[in-house]
Design a protein around this ligand. Structure first.
Ligand SMILES: [Zn+2]
Length: 320
């Protein structure tokens, strides 16, 4: 976290592609947003007016194969995680994400195209201190044989991911990552979505993965990797899980000061841990300032919304 002040994009930048599940063409435009706005999806191309949805945990309505945001009228934006990972990973605090279809384009299956769009738009600092959610005590969740935990980690955000697939080509992998924009770009941002060939027929019949191809998904069968171009990293699958973690936990609404550990996890686990954390008002507080220099201080302020919903509500007098 290089900046002690909030950041947004200098200009707009557009990417175009297809949705991995819908197969539909979609155009996505990143753009500036005011101080304390967070990430706001703006869904265009609907009958009637455009609809906005804040990228926060309260707006998550499904986590089965991707993270889906919506409101009481139904889903608005599917597969939100990779573009959110790019924004959070590159150190952007406030941005609009305009999208003219129901699903964020999958591009090459990684966050690379969104990172390129952020580079093209440019990042500018804003006249307000950056704010964080500082984790104060460990919160853990178990779902089946998945385990997730977030614990205090004062200097920034850390992700520790372990995966354990019965598929022998993927097998066991682990990856630990301390977030900085430079490391995100180099080590995680290019890691692609992956899947098993044996799942494809099942997904297709359920109406998923209609846009999936070797151009946007790393595919394994029981014996080998099927993509002729090979892997970008030997542990690309674990790195992609870290990418997903950063995107899913961006739904905290503010950058986290904490270390997250995921064992055999996915979107559902990430969302469950984040929800459990935010629900326990003794487990976190909002601080502002520069995390790296440990000069953050608690924020106790009312009447000034950061991202709406749960986080704005937390700006009550109980903030220590
Ligand atoms: Zn992913």
């Amino acid at each position: 976290m290089k900046f002690s002040r909030q950041t947004t994009l200098r200009a707009q930048a557009t990417v175009a592609g297809v949705g991995v599940h819908s197969g539909l063409p979609v155009t996505l435009t990143l753009g500036p947003a005011p101080v304390d706005a967070g990430f706001i999806f703006v869904r265009t191309g609907l009958e009637g007016s455009d609809r906005e949805v804040q990228a926060i945990a309260d707006q998550v309505i499904a986590t089965d194969l991707a993270t889906v945001l919506g409101d009481r009228n139904g889903p608005l934006v599917s597969t939100a995680e990779h573009v959110l990972a790019a924004l959070r990973g590159m150190g952007v605090d406030n941005a609009t994400i305009e999208i003219d279809g129901p699903e964020v384009p999958i591009m090459d299956g990684s966050a690379a195209a969104f990172i390129a769009a952020i580079d093209q738009a440019g990042i500018v600092t804003q006249p307000a201190q950056r704010r964080f959610i500082q984790v104060l005590k460990p919160i853990s969740v178990k779902i089946g044989d998945s385990f997730g935990e977030i614990r205090p980690y004062a200097t920034g955000f850390r992700a520790e991911v372990e995966i354990d697939f019965t598929n022998p080509v993927i097998g066991q992998q682990s990856y630990a990552f301390d977030l900085s924009a430079e490391r995100f770009r180099r080590e995680v941002g290019r890691a692609r979505t992956f899947g098993l060939m044996s799942d494809v027929a099942r997904l297709w019949s359920a109406g998923y993965a209609l846009g999936a191809s070797f151009d946007n998904t790393v595919v394994f069968d029981e014996e080998r990797l099927l993509n002729t171009e090979g892997l970008r990293y030997a542990d690309e699958c674990a790195r992609h899980k870290v990418l997903d973690v950063i995107g899913d936990l961006a739904l905290a609404g503010l950058p986290l000061l904490g270390a997250y550990r995921s064992v055999r996890g996915g979107h559902k686990l990430n969302h469950a841990v984040l929800t459990a954390l935010l629900a326990d008002r003794t487990a976190w507080r909002v601080v502002e300032g520069e995390a790296v220099r440990r000069t953050t201080r608690p924020v106790a302020e009312t009447g000034r919304s950061i991202v709406g919903g749960r986080i704005a509500a937390a700006y009550g007098p109980d903030v220590s």
